[in-house]
Each structure stands twice: as structure tokens, then as C-alpha cells.
Ligand binder design. Structure first.
Ligand SMILES: [Zn+2]
Length: 489
């Protein structure tokens, strides 16, 4: 090769290194990186934040804009989307209606302001104009934002016992099929969808509080305030909970630091045992690939909520049996949602059905809790049959198809029966067809293939076909499309 060609190549690489690549705290990786500096004002219930995002163009297209979800805007006054169904209104707003929201203070690149608009169906999207970014190139930009927390027992809000700081920041929309996925928040399900990324978050808050979060923490303090720096790599989202009331149990199991943050649990040590048991049980699908895992009690309207490395468990569940069940369910999500991702807005049944199946199998591995998957599947098939009977009597166009967007379920119970119950029964029925070991090897293969990625229902079916050596297309399609009639288990 001629010397001048080498020189040109070297020059291009040098310029590329300066112009196109970001400062990577963990070396150059082809994923997006978030660095946040946050200050929490406990009197105003406001988070002032600055977020530097290094966006990696993982698409095949030259992009002229970057879109981010503004999930906190679902909490604002006048939002079209309701944060919860009417049935959960009183539990969510213990002190009456309260509003929050997010405002964008600035968007810049190398200290030059970028043009942007707040758009989407309901001011739920931040769209930033970036010129032209080619595939495999990087673009670093900074967003200044302010989040106001509502007085709500929900994912983002302050309550009597905890301050839940989840889905609080502008998060990159997933780009697929030639565009950004910009679905609006929905009171049904977990209406979130994001890619695996690296995070470095630095939050300052009053020293009266204890912080639970995704990732590994380091805390320093002065003048009554604490600053915690958190590193979390290869995670799909980032979440935190603050409380003045937390007791903590720390243990280590299989190389993972386990934390249980609680303030109302007579059986806290038994709960820690459950955490260890789930970690141990799910090794057969694939090792938990992070250093930390936290279970956090919180004022929360639903039973629980999963985030990477951290799960929230409601402090107002009816009994300890239910409490354990929610802990197991949310922890199983670490495998099905956290590590293996899917579009939760379009295919909620994929992670919820699988997680509920995984949860039912916990009772076979650990019979000391007095349940079995057989009992759970039997009860579920009966209550599902009742649900179908009632709904088909009442609704002319009633369908039992599972693959539909969250906003196409008329009620929360319709979503729950079709995504959780029917989803679980689909995997239970498959277990009968391919055997327990057969299904375990399908799930192991699925986990391996889609670890840190996003899977669609077709991806799952293809994986299961490969792993089982059977053609399961019509099995899955009849369940997903709503053609199957579910009998006794
Ligand atoms: Zn779930």
C-alpha cells in the first residue's frame, strides 16, 4: 500500500476519533451512554438535572434527529394519558390530586445550543435536531431538565414512606423499522421501551435519606447532604428510591451483592432468603450478569415494579404469601425484561407471561411455601375461563388476542388476563408439549440469544423452534392470535 494512502487513512481515523467519538468512561462501546448530575430538593420535591448522552447510531440510516421519551409528563396537569385506571385512583393519590412533570431547560452540543421541540401525541417526546449522523457514528449532547414530583404512590412521586424516582429522565426512544418508537404512556401495563445503555449518575440529596438504586454506589457527604455516584453498565433503564425509614439487610450470594431495603416487614430475613432462592433458581436460564440486586419496599399503587438491578415492592400488600409472590415475580423480571428485553408497549405478554410462568415454577423448586405450579395453573385456567365467559357475553367484539398495544385493552383486567394469565398458561401448555427440561433449554437458549438485546414474539418462536427441534409456529400463533381454546390444566 502506498504511503500517502496510509497517511490519509491515519488522518481519517484521527479526525474520526476527535469528532465522532465521545468520552467513554468505560472505553469505547457501541452502545449509548448517559451521564447525569442530579440535585434533589426535598422541600420542593424537585430534581434539577443535567444529562450528557453519547448517542450511538446503531441504525442503518443517517439520522437528522434524536427522540427521547418524557415519561414524567404523564404526571402533569392536563396530560391526556391517565397515570392509573380509575379503580386505582384513591390508592395512587392518598392526599388528593397532585401533579408533576418535566421541563426541558436547554439542549446543547459542545456548548452550542441545539434546536428541539416537545412533540408527540401529548408532549411526551423531546425531538432534537442534530444535522446528519451516519450509521456507526456517535453524537454527544447535553440536556438540562427539571422534574417536579407529584404526591403519588407511583413510579415517580413522593409518598409517606418513600420517594420513588423512576422513569424520571429523558430516555432515548428505540429506533426500529425506519423510525423512533414514540408510544404514549398508558395506565395499563409498563408502557416503557428502551435500549441497553451505560449509566453514570451523580445525585445529591439530604443526609436524612438512604438511597436505593440500580448499579454500584459510592457516597460522600458534607453539610447535611450526601452525594452518591452510581455506575451501572449494560442496563435497560435506571431507577432510584429514597427513604428516611429504610432498614437494610446486605448479603452476598453467587458473587452478587444483595440488598433488601424495608421498613415494614416482620419477616425481613425470610424475604432475603427468597431473593437468594430466585437468584439460585434462575441460574439454569443464565447467570444474573450484574454485581448488585436490590429489593425495595415502597409506597406503590401496584404490587411491584421491575427495573434493572432494583425492584419495588408495595408496602400495602394484603399478606406475606402475596408479598413473597410479588418479590419472586419482580425478581424473575430481571431475566425477562431486564436482560432479555422486549417492547413492553406492544408485547406486554412476552415478559409478563414468561415472568408469571417463571414465578409459578418457583413453588415447585421450593415446595416449603405450600404451593405448586400445578395448583397455580389450574386456578389460573379456571379464572381465565370465567373472564372469557363474562367478557364475551358483554362485549360484541371481544378478542383474546395477546399481541396488541397497551391502549387497545379496554380495561386493566382485560390486559392482566390476556398478558399475565393467558401468557403464563401459554408457557405452561408448552411445558406439557416439550417437557419441563425441554422448556428450560428453550428458555436458556432464548436468554443466550437475546441477552442485552430486544426480542420480538417471532424471535422467541424461532429460538424455541431451534432449541426444541420442533416447529412450534402454529402452537404460538394460535395462542397469540386468540384462536386457541384453553381447557383444564
Ligand atoms: Zn410483571
Amino acid at each position: 500500500m502506498k504511503r500517502w494512502i496510509l497517511f490519509v487513512i491515519a488522518f481519517v481515523f484521527f479526525v474520526g476519533g476527535v469528532v465522532l467519538f465521545c468520552n467513554f468512561p468505560h472505553g469505547k462501546q457501541k452502545i449509548c451512554t448517559y451521564e447525569q448530575t442530579l440535585f434533589y430538593d426535598e422541600n420542593e420535591h424537585v430534581i434539577d438535572g443535567k444529562e450528557t448522552i453519547c448517542f450511538y447510531n446503531y441504525t442503518d440510516n443517517a439520522l437528522t434527529s434524536i427522540c427521547l421519551h418524557l415519561y414524567p409528563n404523564a404526571y402533569r396537569n392536563g396530560a391526556k394519558a391517565k397515570i392509573v385506571s380509575l379503580a386505582n385512583y384513591d390508592k395512587t393519590y392518598p392526599n388528593g390530586k397532585s401533579y408533576g412533570g418535566i421541563s426541558i431547560e436547554s439542549v446543547s452540543h459542545n456548548e452550542d445550543y441545539l434546536t428541539y421541540e416537545i412533540t408527540g401525541i401529548d408532549d411526551n417526546i423531546l425531538k432534537i435536531n442534530i444535522g446528519e449522523l451516519y450509521p456507526d457514528d456517535f453524537f454527544e449532547f447535553e440536556v438540562g431538565f427539571r422534574v417536579k414530583l407529584a404526591n403519588v404512590n407511583h413510579r415517580l412521586g413522593y409518598g409517606e414512606n418513600t420517594i420513588n424516582i423512576c422513569n424520571y429522565y429523558p430516555v432515548l426512544c428505540v429506533y426500529e423499522n425506519g423510525g423512533y418508537v414514540t408510544d404514549l404512556y398508558d395506565s395499563n401495563g409498563d408502557p416503557f421501551y428502551s435500549m441497553i445503555s451505560n449509566y453514570k449518575v451523580c445525585i445529591t440529596y439530604s443526609s436524612e435519606y438512604t438511597l436505593a438504586s440500580t448499579g454500584s454506589q459510592e457516597t460522600t457527604g458534607e453539610d447535611g447532604r450526601l452525594t452518591t455516584t452510581i455506575i451501572a453498565d449494560n442496563v435497560r433503564d435506571f431507577a432510584m428510591v429514597l427513604s428516611k425509614k429504610f432498614d437494610i439487610i446486605n448479603e452476598k450470594s453467587d458473587g452478587v451483592n444483595l440488598q433488601y431495603y424495608y421498613y415494614n416487614d416482620q419477616n425481613s430475613q425470610s424475604t432475603m432468603e427468597v431473593i437468594k432462592k430466585v437468584l439460585n433458581m434462575n441460574k439454569k436460564y443464565g447467570k444474573y450478569p450484574y454485581e448488585n440486586l436490590s429489593v425495595v419496599q415502597a409506597n406503590f399503587v401496584h404490587g411491584g415494579m421491575e427495573y434493572p438491578n432494583i425492584v419495588l415492592i408495595s408496602d400495602s400488600l394484603s399478606d406475606y404469601d402475596t408479598y413473597i409472590n410479588v418479590v419472586v415475580h419482580e425478581l424473575c423480571h430481571q431475566w425477562w425484561y431486564g436482560v432479555v428485553g422486549n417492547n413492553q408497549y406492544l408485547f406486554g405478554f412476552l415478559d409478563e407471561g414468561l415472568t408469571d410462568y417463571n414465578t409459578a415454577k418457583f413453588y415447585d423448586v421450593y415446595p416449603e411455601y405450600g404451593h405448586s405450579s400445578e395448583e397455580i395453573f389450574n386456578n389460573a385456567s379456571k379464572s381465565y375461563a370465567n373472564f372469557v365467559k363474562i367478557y364475551s357475553d358483554v362485549k360484541d367484539d371481544f378478542s383474546t388476542s395477546m399481541a396488541r398495544p397497551l391502549n387497545e385493552f379496554d380495561t386493566e383486567s382485560e390486559y392482566v388476563y390476556l398478558s399475565y394469565t393467558k401468557g403464563m398458561l401459554m408457557f405452561a401448555s408448552l411445558e406439557k408439549l416439550v417437557g419441563t427440561k425441554g422448556l428450560d433449554s428453550c428458555l436458556k437458549y432464548y436468554y443466550e440469544c437475546y441477552k442485552f438485546k430486544i426480542a420480538t414474539p417471532d424471535d422467541l418462536i424461532n429460538c424455541f423452534n431451534m432449541a426444541s427441534g420442533k416447529n412450534l409456529d402454529s402452537f404460538f400463533n394460535s395462542w397469540i392470535n386468540g384462536d386457541v381454546v384453553i381447557g383444564e390444566f
